[in-house]
Ligand binder design. Structure first.
Ligand code: NOJ
Length: 763
């Protein structure tokens, strides 16, 4: 059947027959042949990526597709929806298949923890597994591409999209980037179960000024190269097929019009040949940025800069023909962009079989949301590892299964908030809440009492804002009772219990696109609830659900235990219960620092050295500090407790000198001195003592996640080679410079033990 389609490609009939009945011509031959026969309008059609569910009716969309005026779609997520569109594409003059994309960010039908949660596991295999499952499920729904992973280094928790990110560290995020791409794309060409990764948001979106979404980014080249660009590059080196361009401007030029970014860096320097997509409506936004006076100018800028497909924006369609006719855009630019789109479709196997992922109608699932389509066991296992124990005074946790437990809080029984932002096709009804998870774990062995206690917020403006977001049901359902009535009920319930578990944080819409915050503390309604619960004198365990680092000064001082759970996905309730009751020993580590207050931002651990650094214990005058508050983060990058006590020895080096080409081995012993089996993450940081440009105080280079039985000790080894000592110098050369380095080994980024070595100059 596949080859029949190539009967249309008259010049290719022969090669098609000769090659094999199932194979299209070789990639470049096919692209060149099609480009040679496409009309300008058909080429421009390939660059149009439309959102299904917008203003156009389905019928109109099919007409546009059949007329060769659409290259790909997003936001339709079933085989039944996608099949007629693909059939329409095959009716177009050249029969070029469509691709179908969607935001599959942290799972598809099965919702896994949000990005920050996945990163908290420091378990690259588990992260890859989550991506693989997402690809299996998405491809089974007829999808070919996802707009993921989000690889924006995020150091500003005010930014709502921190929740989608993997945190603040270039090395950790780069390692995750490569695994996400492998998980999504698989390793076999034409695999019906692979989907293409379109990484985003290129570039630097996480650095929007003030953490305010869509704001500008102004950044030195050194910082870009050193800290912000590596994850995107790692994903491309892992073979990511697509790149989505960021909505922000970079040093005065919007990314969507930024020829330096898209041509010089992405295409020339990095050699990327895949498809470059705009973000939603970004080309029209060039007018609002004020770099284009009208749509025609916006299109000229975008296509010449290197934006291939325009997302949800008809300006290419309207303006490109005239621009080419008038010689303002060289058709070669369009050919280059179209070749990338055709190449992506080829790599997705769509020229082999346009229905590769859509399949046959007879095989369509009867119920797309069927339980049998979910991967609950994996979701639960991954969710467990995403939980970070921040406090556990006097071994308050784990809880005994027995007695009376008061579960209180607006997030204790809120299914939609388990999912987190961008939960694709996840269904709230299929999410296990904390209340359900604890009840299931407890069974008849104890009594779980429940009260909502407070609304997420009492601020009507915020509720209105969250509910205005374009979702299919109110995001935040307010309990109509008065705050006082809810509080009284909570106190009544608490008074009957031995321990209080308070589920507090943010509703998921508070950590989302366009949900930047000026405050990082809990909303007032929840703070009032916690203060009242504290006043009961009962042990107080906080289960946090949130999509960004929060400022938890009061909570740290007053809670007996704090478990950070982010938004942990459809199996979150079970996973959290396992940790609360000690069936699972928590091992998560923060992928981002938690500042004490908004005023401390940025608070990332890998900051540059200063001429007047603040010194713990002797602040003095004229050192870099905030004088009216404690310095340093509340919880540092890499931090997380366990129910066991892990002890790490000082690092021992196999040599104290090394030349390029040689290696130094770092050894240390990790002991589990606590009462139960558990895992911890040994983190290796390096610091370059003297260099031609200022170097960070430390940089994560490697880590090992180690599981130990109670009482077990194991040696942990790392290797250091010269490539790990490289950095970008003032001329943006990636170099190492001879001199002294410190090896810093720890179970978080703040408490490290050191050793020194020297990189010798070449002979
Ligand atoms: C806008 C967002 O910025 C981007 O991340 C997303 O992929 C697109 N919308 C498509 O939904």
């Amino acid at each position: 059947m596949t080859c029949l389609r190539y009967l249309l490609f008259s010049s290719l009939i022969l090669s098609c027959h000769i090659a094999s009945a199932a194979e299209p011509p070789p990639r470049e031959v096919l692209i060149a042949d099609l480009l040679g026969r496409m009309r300008l309008e058909e080429k421009i059609g390939q660059l149009r990526l439309i959102s299904i569910g917008g203003e156009m009716t389905r019928e109109r969309i099919r007409e546009e597709i059949a007329a060769g005026r659409i290259g790909g779609t997003f936001n339709s997520v079933t085989r039944q929806d996608n099949r007629p569109m693909q059939e329409a594409a095959l009716r177009s003059r050249l029969g070029i298949p469509l691709f179908f994309a969607y935001d599959v960010i942290h799972g598809h039908r099965t919702t896994f923890p949000i990005g920050l949660g996945l990163a908290s596991s420091w378990d690259l295999d588990a992260i890859e597994r989550s991506a693989r499952i997402a690809a299996l499920e998405a491809s089974a729904d007829g999808l070919d591409m996802t707009f993921a992973p989000s690889l924006d280094i995020s150091r500003d928790p005010r930014w709502g999209r921190v929740s989608e990110s993997f945190g603040e560290d270039p090395q950790l995020v780069s390692l995750i980037a490569a695994r996400m791409v492998r998980g999504l794309q698989g390793t076999k060409p034409n695999d019906p179960q692979r989907i293409m990764a379109s990484i985003k948001h290129f570039a630097l979106y996480g650095a929007v000024e003030g953490g305010r979404d869509y704001n500008v980014v102004d950044m030195s080249a050194l910082r870009m190269y050193q800290d912000y660009l590596p994850p995107y590059r790692a994903a491309l080196e892992a073979g990511a097929g697509g790149v989505m361009v960021a909505l922000n401007a970079i040093n005065g030029v919007p990314a969507s019009a930024n020829a330096w970014l898209l041509r010089d860096l992405l295409r020339r320097e990095w050699g990327f040949r895949g498809v470059v997509l705009s973000d939603h409506g970004a080309i029209s936004e060039l007018m609002r940025h004020g770099v284009a006076a009208n749509g025609r100018e916006a299109v000229r800028l975008a296509i010449n800069a290197g934006v291939g497909m325009s997302m949800a924006d008809d300006l290419y369609l309207e303006e490109l023909p005239g621009l080419v006719r008038d010689g303002e855009v060289d058709e070669a630019r369009i050919d280059e962009a179209v070749a990338a789109v055709l190449g992506a479709k080829y790599d997705l196997g769509l020229f082999h079989d346009p229905f590769l992922r859509i399949g046959r109608a007879a095989d369509d699932p009867a119920e797309v949301n069927a339980e049998s389509r979910l991967h609950r066991a994996a979701a639960r296992a991954i969710a467990r590892d995403a939980l970070v124990l921040l406090e556990n005074k006097g071994d308050t946790l784990p809880l005994r299964k027995g007695g009376r437990i008061a579960l209180i809080g607006p997030l204790a029984d809120s299914p939609v908030d388990m999912l987190g932002s961008w939960s694709a096709s996840g269904r709230a009804e299929q999410a296990v809440t904390l209340r359900q998870g604890m009840q299931a774990a407890l069974g008849e062995r104890g009594k779980l009492l429940y009260a909502r206690g407070a609304n997420v917020t009492d601020d009507a403006r915020v509720v209105e804002y969250l509910n205005r977001l374009n979702w299919d049901r109110p995001e935040v359902e307010q309990d109509p009772r008065s705050p006082q009535a809810m509080l009284e009920e909570a106190l009544r319930v608490a008074s009957q219990a031995d321990v209080i578990v308070a589920a507090v944080g943010e509703s998921r819409g508070m950590s989302h696109e366009s949900s930047s915050r000026t405050r990082l503390d809990l909303p007032d309604s929840q703070q009032a609830l916690l203060r009242a619960l504290k006043a009961t004198g009962k042990p107080l365990v906080l289960v946090l659900m949130n999509g960004r680092p929060l400022a938890l000064g009061w909570e740290q001082a007053n809670a007996d235990a704090i478990l950070e759970t982010w938004y942990s996905g459809i199996e979150g309730g079970h996973a959290i219960a396992e940790v609360l009751f000690g069936e699972h020993n928590p091992a998560g580590k923060l992928p981002i620092s938690f500042p004490r207050s908004v005023g401390q931002i940025p608070s990332h651990y890998n900051h540059l050295r200063l001429g007047r650094p603040y010194r713990e214990g002797s602040p003095g005058n004229y050192t870099s500090q905030y004088f009216e508050a404690a310095n340093g983060p509340l919880y540092p990058f890499g931090y997380g407790l366990s129910y066991s006590r892990f002890e790490l020895s000082a690092p021992k080096l196999s040599a104290t000198r090394m030349r390029a080409g040689e290696k130094i081995e770092v050894r240390a012993t990790l002991s589990n001195a606590g009462p139960r089996a558990g895992s911890s993450v040994v983190q290796l940081y390096l610091h370059d003592e003297v260099a031609s440009v200022i170097r960070p105080v430390k940089e994560l280079k490697d880590f090992r996640r180690v599981k130990l039985q109670a009482g077990e000790t194991r040696e942990v080894r790392f290797e250091i080679d010269e490539s790990m000592l490289r950095f970008f110098d003032a001329n943006l050369r990636h170099v190492s410079e001879p001199g002294a380095f410190r090896v810093q080994l720890g179970l978080d980024s703040a408490q490290v033990r050191e050793a020194r070595f020297e990189l010798l100059p070449p002979d």
